[in-house]
Design a protein around this ligand. Structure first.
Ligand SMILES: [Fe+2]
Ligand SMILES: [Fe+2]
Length: 383
């Protein structure tokens, strides 16, 4: 049996009793009927409960039927009740106004029992169908959201795996790139960027060094310091990454292209490849350069031990205004607890489920990352 909620509003208790006795004949529905002779009290009730059908008298003390309807729309968010107004036949203007305020139907006063019954039955049926449709729409929306979420997870998995493939020679398990993504997300959250921007950055930043796929082994894996010529070739991983990722229709890949191109720019304009400075460097690149260097310094590499957290942090603050945007360094300092917890959560050790990583709800994972990234070598050798 379908159920529906009805609200009856009439200042006459006699009328309310009459309505109730007629409604008792609607035995094919499970009706929950509330009635109020105070229109103000009825409005309060409508604010508290979602009614399917409201029968409201026009001529009432306190609020008349029109004012009631006006306030009902204004004060009940998403109110979807079907409203029947009870008026005298001569109140043509009132009916016009009631239609403007969203009345669905009218009943003549004094009411005819059969007419009242038929109208209410139709409206309850209509309201029930509307509710079923709306439930169905909600159900479909939830299914679409779940499917989209699934797709995004798979997209992220593909990206992480391709990123790992590109970095496999010097970042075997890929935890560094995941941490860089998470840390960029933490900076974005701390700056108050939108959830969409936070997720985009977290997912795009792991691709920052994808251009290293074009860096020859003898340079990428060289144990000693690079010659100037080798360094010039190493620097090309930024433009190579940009070329790989550019011109996509995907926001994610476009953001990744931007980060790949600009994550070695320096705030003072002495970085590469373009020598951009200050706000010429996209915020994504400024974020990535800070967390990339911090994470690379504080991670073990084949040619160096991990720096202590304090020493790596000091290196970042020392680079404020030269290497790094001072405002981003301040942000990094402000959310340093988050940075450390990411460092711990995605510690080198065991292989994670990387496609579960970018959201704010992450499980504990870990893996080992014997990596010697370009950024470590450059900062360490430069500074
Ligand atoms: Fe890099
Ligand atoms: Fe890196």
């Amino acid at each position: 049996m379908t159920s529906a909620r009805l609200l009856l509003v009439d200042d006459s208790d006699v009328n309310l009793l009459l309505y109730r006795s007629v409604l008792a004949q609607l035995t094919s529905f499970d009706l929950q009927v509330d009635s109020h002779h105070s229109s103000i009290r009825a409005l309060e009730a409508a604010r508290e409960k979602a009614y399917d059908v409201i029968v409201v008298d026009y001529r009432m003390p306190e609020l008349d039927g029109l004012t009631f309807m006006k306030r009902l729309v204004a004060e009940t968010q998403g109110n979807s009740a079907l409203v029947v107004m009870v008026t005298a036949d001569k109140d043509r203007d009132i009916r016009q106004k009631a239609l403007e305020y969203g009345a669905t139907d009218f009943l003549n006063k004094p009411i005819d029992r059969l007419e009242f019954l038929a109208r209410v039955r139709n409206l309850v049926t209509l309201a029930t169908h509307r509710r079923l449709l709306s439930n169905r729409a909600e159900h479909l929306a939830a299914e679409v959201a779940a499917a989209t979420n699934d797709l995004q997870k798979r997209e992220l998995e593909t990206i992480i795996r391709l990123t790992r493939a590109a970095e496999f020679r010097d970042d075997v398990t890929g935890m560094h790139v995941i941490r860089v993504g998470e840390m960029c997300g933490a900076l974005a959250r701390s700056l108050g960027l939108s959830q969409n921007d936070i997720e985009l950055l977290s997912m795009a930043a792991p691709m920052h060094d994808i251009g290293k796929i074009a860096t020859p082994d003898h340079i990428l894996l060289k144990a000693g310091p690079l010659t100037q010529q080798e360094y010039e070739i190493m620097k090309m991983h930024t433009t190579a990454g940009y070329e790989i990722l550019r011109d996509s229709e995907s926001d994610l890949l476009r953001r990744a292209a931007e980060i790949a191109l600009t994550h070695h720019e320096r705030f003072d304009g002495k970085g590469y490849p373009a020598g951009l400075s200050g706000s010429q460097i996209p915020i994504s690149g400024r974020f990535c350069s800070v967390v990339d260097v911090f994470d690379a310094l504080s991670s073990a590499r084949p040619y160096k031990d991990a720096w202590s957290i304090d020493k790596a942090f000091a290196e970042i603050t020392a680079g404020s205004g030269t290497y790094f945007d001072p405002e981003v360094v301040d942000l990094f300092t402000d959310c340093f607890d988050d940075i450390l917890s990411i460092k711990k959560r995605f510690a080198d050790g065991t292989l994670p489920n990387p496609w579960n990583c970018h959201s704010s709800q992450r499980s504990e994972h870990g893996s080992h990352l014997p990596s010697r990234s370009a950024e470590t070598r450059h900062v360490v050798s430069d500074g």
